[in-house]
Design a protein around this ligand. Structure first.
Ligand code: SF4
Length: 313
């Protein structure tokens, strides 16, 4: 039995005008686990990240954090809740305040949330966080531009940890970094997760990264979940044609056997989501029914589910 969910969404939907960027997304992330949300750019993954942190408001649906109904929180209660939920962004340069020293970056969130008894304690905790992410205490008095991209992402991770969060949402945290640095940052995030027992929603377009990091995986396409399940089921026996095509596109993957169709063409715009199955315009197996009927989720065992009419057969 898996641990109870720390984060749960039901029917999560977000429209921007007539565009439904996220449609009916159900997620359940067990406490202490790392959950991967994967898909191409334009699939709605980052919108889900912002919705679950209430950085943007859902159009409809539920978001629960433990026992708390997140959508019902306002003002002070929402601010207090934010301490428990932190985000790591793709571009640490964009997400760090360039006019603040690293010390200020690490002590400010503690002050805002009333952590530490005084400045000295908060500074000591800042230094301890730096040590945890592999940076010297002397970094406290320097500015973000004095560091490399990988070091800046270490600072962003230290900042995320500063409020002792229960949930970290990491949105493409290594895709802006040099390949040589990516593995170091991923290892750091894994160590951090093991050490603190933090629950993580890990968002990436890169299936190799998600495979390395995540216990459970959901595959998104045009705002919907196409398939989800435990890592070994998704990688060893993907059932949705989109998941299969994504895996075939990964160089060196065991699924890159040349037999499966690779993913062709571009993801359609969220302004013109195809009728029926959203994936049908790129699916090598599409047939008449796919045009008119939205496929339902099929339960495939061990928590794996996929939405495709082929699974009716
Ligand atoms: Fe392809 Fe049809 Fe399955 Fe959609 S429902 S993935 S179009 S076969």
């Amino acid at each position: 039995m898996s641990a109870p969910a720390l984060l749960e969404t039901k029917g999560l939907t977000k429209s921007f005008g007539n565009v439904k960027a996220v449609r009916d997304v159900d997620l359940s992330i067990p406490r202490g686990s790392t959950f991967g949300l994967v898909g191409e750019s334009g699939s709605g993954k980052s919108t889900v990240a912002r919705l679950v942190l209430r950085l943007i408001e859902p159009t409809s649906g539920e978001i629960r954090f433990g026992e708390t109904d997140l959508r019902a929180l306002k003002g002070d209660k929402l601010r207090r809740q934010r301490r428990k939920m932190q985000m790591i962004f793709q571009d640490p340069f964009g997400s760090l305040n360039l006019r603040m020293t690293v010390g200020e970056t690490l002590t400010e969130p503690q002050s805002v949330h009333g952590l530490g008894r005084n400045d000295a304690e908060r500074r000591a905790r800042g230094e301890a966080l730096l040590a945890e992410v592999g940076l010297p205490a002397a970094a406290m008095d320097r500015f973000p531009h004095e560091f490399s991209g990988g070091q800046r992402q270490r600072i962003a991770i230290a900042r995320a940890l500063a409020t002792e969060p229960e949930l970290i949402v990491a949105d493409e945290p290594v895709s802006a970094l040099d390949v040589s640095v990516q593995a170091q940052i991923l290892n750091l995030m894994r160590d951090m997760q093991a050490e603190h027992g933090t629950t993580m929603l890990f968002i990436s377009h890169d299936l190799r990264v998600v495979q390395y990091m995540c216990d459970q995986i959901a595959v998104m396409y045009l705002g919907e979940i196409m398939e989800r399940g435990p890592r070994h089921r998704i990688y060893e026996m993907p059932q949705h044609p989109y998941t299969q095509a994504l895996l075939s596109s990964v160089p060196g993957s065991p699924k890159e056997d040349g037999k499966r169709a690779k993913l062709k063409g571009e993801i359609p715009s969220a302004h013109s989501v195809p009728s029926g199955c959203a994936f049908r315009t790129r699916c090598p197996h599409a047939f008449d029914r796919c045009k008119v009927e939205v496929p339902v989720m099929h339960q495939l065992g061990e928590g794996q589910e996929a939405a495709c009419h082929l699974l009716d057969r």
